[in-house]
Design a protein. Structure first.
Length: 218
């Protein structure tokens, strides 16, 4: 039995409140389309947005300038090579007008533990031996939920996402969960769908038994 209420029967975007960030709680949440999103000075809210943002791979839009950057790039890419560096870099990235980050020490510890248990994964973009960008997210049981991304070199985070999408496509996936809308995701073709449709899609992916990543991180 899930630790969380069924999002289909919740009126708002927040389906639960609580500070339990153990690995088994996070696994349960993501498998039911739910994720924690800390807000300052509030108990931890757990969200399942009524409008969910996804990228369907057959609707992916790669603009000409990004295509050119991708062709000419000398970056190299890895999976799960530097998860802790990636999440720390995401936490330290400026967020426009935001004064802080939702990726605090508790979140870093929780997702690092989830990574060590094989449930959270990172994509790294390298310029030589230097980390130039990356992203991390969660395997929700055959579907990937993106959490955060960062770049230290222009377009490195977008290229990390494109690398991830290629990786997921090779394993039979057809979409990625972006959670909420951002300008960067919209530019790549992301769009909103209803929560119920998202939950149906998530359940269908889980039923396939699809393996997105070959092995647990060492």
């Amino acid at each position: 039995m899930s630790r969380f209420p069924d999002p289909r029967y919740v009126r708002g975007d927040v389906v639960a409140i609580g500070d339990d960030l153990r690995v088994e709680t996070l696994r349960d949440a993501y498998r039911h389309g739910i994720f924690p999103w800390p807000h300052e000075n509030l108990p931890m809210p757990w969200f399942s947005p009524r409008r969910r943002t996804v990228i369907f791979f057959d609707e992916l839009h790669i603009g000409r300038s990004l295509q050119k950057v991708r062709r000419r790039s000398t970056f190299t890419y890895t999976i799960d090579r530097a998860f802790e560096e990636v999440i720390a870099s995401c936490a330290g990235s400026p967020r426009g007008d935001d004064t802080g980050t939702w990726i605090g020490p508790d979140i870093i510890e929780a997702y690092t533990n989830l990574h060590r248990a094989g449930g959270a994964h990172s994509i790294e973009v390298w310029s030589g031996s230097d980390l130039a960008g990356g992203l991390y997210g969660v395997d929700s049981g055959g579907a990937f939920t993106g959490e955060s991304m960062f770049h230290l070199a222009p377009d490195a985070s977008k290229l990390a996402l494109l690398f991830l999408i290629d990786h997921l496509r090779e394993r039979g996936a057809t979409w990625i969960d972006c959670q909420v809308t951002t300008p960067h995701m919209t530019a790549l073709g992301a769009r909103e769908i209803s929560r119920n449709r998202f939950l149906d899609m998530l359940a269908a992916e889980q039923a396939t038994g699809r393996v997105l990543f070959e092995s647990r991180p060492s």
